[in-house]
Each structure stands twice: as structure tokens, then as C-alpha cells.
Design a binder for this molecule. Structure first.
Ligand code: BES
Ligand code: MN
Ligand code: MN
Length: 488
């Protein structure tokens, strides 16, 4: 530590800068640093949130570039020695590094600067790209309302600021690299190929991601599993044109009726998915593992209340936490066709469409599941219609062990700053690239998220608690410290 600090600081600032950190051992300085700089941290994040970096909408391709450049600048300002906008076949990946000693381990921070489309706009209380801070019941210290505040700009920015702190105070104990991509919300399509070509550049010993949530501000948790995904679009075609529903009704096929019936048949009366072979590779948990899982705090009444639903819905024989954590699903994300304007029009549409997602669990393979879906869905169609299935994107599920050095370091860091041991929890969401990381780098991913389910990611009025943002910045430096200690 002392050696390194000589090396990078020179002797000029030695006495003044470092007297403090020798007296105050540990990284206790992080709290003071946050107190001194928190207004600037929030202002910087707000500037980033003003950029509408919507990867799904090509009208925003210029904004995507603006956001990528802003992230690169933030990494330089934080003290990275080298940064780069790496071209991919889609939007660029932002790279940054601080290598203090090539012989020391390297932490790779992954995040994404793209955000979900803000629609429907009329449900936002304030414009999605004009961030405002408001207090809520859950966030009495205020929350930043803006698209991307929690998913994922606010969360990867915690790492930028934590690294800034460690670089400025010479407490960074190992190397750090950043990979902040721009296509996560559209399936990270360009990333697999990019990774294969740049595996050396991003080589690391452990991957740290803040792009998930925790149970609550008083119940810290670490995500130990993400679900995989297969996303498809289907099209059902009846007659060669839209028809008068009186003249033809009851005699010609109605693609909307047919599609509805096909979709309905994808679940049985117990809400099991009926696609043959769908469950073949699903890893079933032992009773012991399920009992362990059931220990994670979960309040069903509160869950129903927060969503304003009369009851939950799902696969028979499983609890709600199991339904979103360890079981695969099939959901229609959108369905359309026919007349959707004002008033009534008596018509039988020629076509009906739906977008369908399947959330997958280990060891289901998303390519295989896509094929099984396709085969089954086509087989469901009566002779009167034609069916087209177009796969969109997907990714494999990921589970991280809780006895790895990385997990234990993250747990210890949270314990230090929350005063409580975090609960391991499998979540329902997906980050498609994570499973591939393990293949390419042979390193574990630690999902250290600070968002809450109630932060409304992907929904109108997305927000991120100021407390959560600052708690993340406080916790992250301890991850590095304990990671280095536990490795020895
Ligand atoms: N950050 C989310 C994933 C997430 C959120 C996981 C909360 C666990 C808890 C990510 O940005 C996301 O939205 N992923 C998509 C993947 C898709 C667009 C390929 C998802 O899960 O729908
Ligand atoms: Mn995300
Ligand atoms: Mn997202």
C-alpha cells in the first residue's frame, strides 16, 4: 500500500494528502468523501439522465453516441488512465481502466448506458428525461425520477464514483476495468461477437454488476440468480385481405380468434407450460434448497397490495418467490391486430400478432427452447391459417455460488455498511450477457444491486433513491478491500 502510494503520487503531495488516511485507517474516509461530494455526484448523474439514450428507437442513435461519450468522460474524470469508445456492429461499448499493477487481480465493472423507451408518456408525473428529486414513502431522503435512474445509469454511476474515491485517496487495492454497453435493453445482440474479439482487453478475475435490486433498504440482499430469456414474435394470417365480419363472419378464419386460442393453450389448468420438452432440462431444487430459499423475507400481502391485485397467479405447487426465482415462464408481452381505432368497425382482420417472452432457468438452453416453441406453435395452427414465428433475442440463465471469494466479499461489504448480513436471492429478471461472461473469462459475476422493486424500472416514473445511490458508493470500496483480503 505504501509502496504503491509513493509510486503514483510522487513525493510532492505525499505528506499532505496521506497523513489523513494513515491516521484514519481502513476506508472510513468514504463517508466523509460522500458527504463532501454528494451534491456533485447527484448533479453529474442528473446530467447523464438528461440524455435520452433509448437503444430500441433508431431516432435516438445520436443520443446514444452522446451518452457513450458522456460515460467515457466520466471515466476519465474519475481517474481512469485509459478509456476508449469501442465500436461494435451496434452501439459502442465504453471501456475504461485503471491498472495499478498488472500482477494484481482485476475487477471488471459491467453496466449499460442505454435505457428503455419511456412510453406511455402520459403516465409520467414529470418528463422522463428531465430528472427531478422527490421524496416518497419508501425514499424519505428523496429519489431521482428519470428513465434510467435505477436501470442502469444510476447504478453503474455508483461504481464510477466509488472508483473516483479510491483513486483519489490511493485506496484502490487492485486493477479495475469498465465495460459499459449500449444494447442491454435490446438483448445485447452485438456483445457476444465483440467479446470474442476483445477477450484479452476485458480479461478479469471477477465481474461486479449493479443492475439488479435488493429486498428493501432494511433487508439488504445479493442477487444469486438471473433467469434466461427467449423472445419471439408470432404472426397468424387468415384470408388474403380484411373481411366484412357479417358477410364472412363464422365461415372464414379469424386470425385473432385463432391466435387467442393458440396462446391460451400454451398453459394448462395448473399454469404449467404445455410445450413438449419445455421442462426437460429444468434443474429442480431439492427440498432442502427450497427450504433455504423460503427463509428470504417475503410478504405476500404486501406484494399483492403494492400491485393492487386481488391474488397472485402462477404455476401450481410453487410459492411466489419460486415462481419468479426458479421456475420458467411464458408471457405475452403484446398482442394486436384488427381495428383498434375509435368506435366500432365490423371487420375480420387478415392478420394477428403477438410478442411472447419465455423466462428460463438452468439448464434450459434458449436456442433449444426457441426451437421447441416454434415447432409447437406451428403445430397448434388449424389448416385455415398460416403461422410465422420470428425469434428476437435471448440469453441463458445464470446462478452464482455463495461460497466464492467474490460473493463473500460482497456480503461482507454490505454487512459493513448496512449492519446486516445480506440475504442471497434469485431474481426473475435477465441480463443476457452474464452467462457468456463466465464462458469467455472463466470468472464469476457478483450481482450487487441497490435498486428496489418499487423503483419502477421499465415503467413510468422510474426512480432511484438518493440514499440507495449513496449507500452503493459507500459499499463498493469495501468490496474491493474484502475481495483482496479474502483472496489471500
Ligand atoms: N437490469 C435489468 C435486469 C434486472 C432488473 C434483473 C431487476 C434483476 C432485477 C435489465 O436491464 C433488463 O431489463 N433486462 C431485460 C433483458 C432483455 C431486454 C433482454 C429483462 O430482464 O427483461
Ligand atoms: Mn439493467
Ligand atoms: Mn432494463
Amino acid at each position: 500500500m505504501i509502496f504503491r502510494f509513493y509510486k503514483s503520487m510522487g513525493t510532492k503531495n505525499l505528506f499532505f494528502v496521506h497523513l489523513g488516511s494513515f491516521l484514519k485507517t481502513d476506508m472510513e474516509e468514504i463517508k466523509d468523501y460522500i458527504n463532501t461530494h454528494k451534491d456533485r455526484f447527484i448533479d453529474e448523474l442528473i446530467e447523464l439522465l438528461k440524455i435520452p439514450s433509448i437503444s430500441a428507437d433508431s431516432k435516438h442513435s445520436q443520443d446514444m453516441m452522446t451518452a457513450a461519450k458522456a460515460v467515457e468522460k466520466a471515466l476519465l474524470d474519475a481517474g481512469c488512465d485509459a478509456t476508449e469508445l469501442c465500436a461494435t456492429k451496434g452501439y459502442p461499448v465504453v471501456y475504461g481502466e485503471k491498472i495499478i499493477d498488472p500482477n494484481l487481480p482485476t475487477v471488471l465493472i459491467y453496466g449499460h448506458y442505454d435505457v428503455q423507451p419511456p412510453d406511455p408518456m402520459n403516465l409520467w408525473d414529470s418528463p422522463p428525461f428531465e430528472p427531478v428529486i422527490k421524496t416518497t414513502k419508501i425514499h424519505p431522503d428523496g429519489a431521482i425520477f428519470a428513465r434510467g435512474s435505477c436501470d442502469d445509469k444510476g447504478q453503474f454511476f455508483m461504481h464510477v464514483k466509488a472508483v473516483e474515491f479510491m483513486i483519489r485517496t490511493n485506496t484502490l487495492p487492485c486493477n479495475v476495468k469498465f465495460m459499459i454497453e449500449g444494447e442491454e435493453e435490446v438483448g445485447s445482440d452485438s456483445l457476444p461477437e465483440f467479446l470474442k474479439d476483445h477477450s484479452e482487453k476485458f480479461k478479469n478475475d471477477i465481474i461486479l454488476i449493479s443492475d439488479t435490486g435488493m429486498i428493501s433498504n432494511s433487508i439488504p440482499s445479493i442477487t444469486t440468480g438471473l433467469r434466461g430469456l427467449s423472445y419471439v414474435e408470432v404472426e397468424v394470417t387468415g384470408a388474403n385481405r380484411d373481411l366484412h365480419s357479417g358477410i364472412y363472419g363464422g365461415a372464414a378464419p379469424n386470425p385473432i380468434n385463432v391466435l387467442s386460442k393458440m396462446i391460451a393453450s400454451l398453459h394448462d389448468e395448473n399454469n404449467h407450460i404445455t410445450i413438449p420438452g419445455f421442462y426437460d432440462k429444468v434443474v429442480t431444487l431439492s427440498d432442502g434448497e427450497r427450504a433455504e430459499m423460503a427463509k428470504a423475507p417475503f410478504d405476500l400481502e404486501e406484494y399483492k397490495q403494492s400491485l393492487d391485485i386481488g391474488d397472485v397467479h402462477g404455476e401450481k405447487g410453487y410459492t411466489t418467490a419460486e415462481r419468479f426465482g426458479i421456475r420458467p415462464t411464458l408471457d405475452v408481452n403484446g398482442i394486436w391486430g384488427g381495428y383498434m381505432g375509435e368506435g366500432a368497425k365490423t371487420v375480420i382482420a387478415s392478420k394477428a400478432y403477438a410478442k411472447i417472452s419465455m423466462r428460463l432457468v438452468p439448464d434450459q438452453d434458449w436456442h433449444e427452447i426457441t426451437e421447441l416453441f416454434k415447432k409447437h406453435f406451428i403445430s397448434l395452427a388449424p389448416k385455415s391459417v398460416k403461422v410465422k414465428v420470428t425469434p428476437h433475442h435471448g440469453g441463458q440463465a445464470y446462478v452464482t455460488p455463495i461460497d466464492s471469494v467474490g460473493y463473500r466479499a460482497a456480503a461482507k461489504a454490505m454487512e459493513k455498511t448496512f449492519g446486516k448480513t445480506p440475504v442471497p436471492q434469485r431474481t426473475g429478471g435477465s441480463i443476457p450477457i452474464v452467462a457468456l461472461f463466465e464462458e469467455v473469462f472463466d470468472s464469476k459475476t457478483i450481482l450487487l444491486g441497490f435498486g428496489l422493486d418499487s423503483d419502477a424500472i421499465h415503467s413510468p416514473n422510474e426512480h432511484f433513491g438518493v440514499w440507495n445511490f449513496l449507500k452503493g458508493i459507500e459499499t463498493i470500496p469495501y468490496f474491493y478491500k474484502y475481495y483482496m483480503e479474502l483472496r489471500d
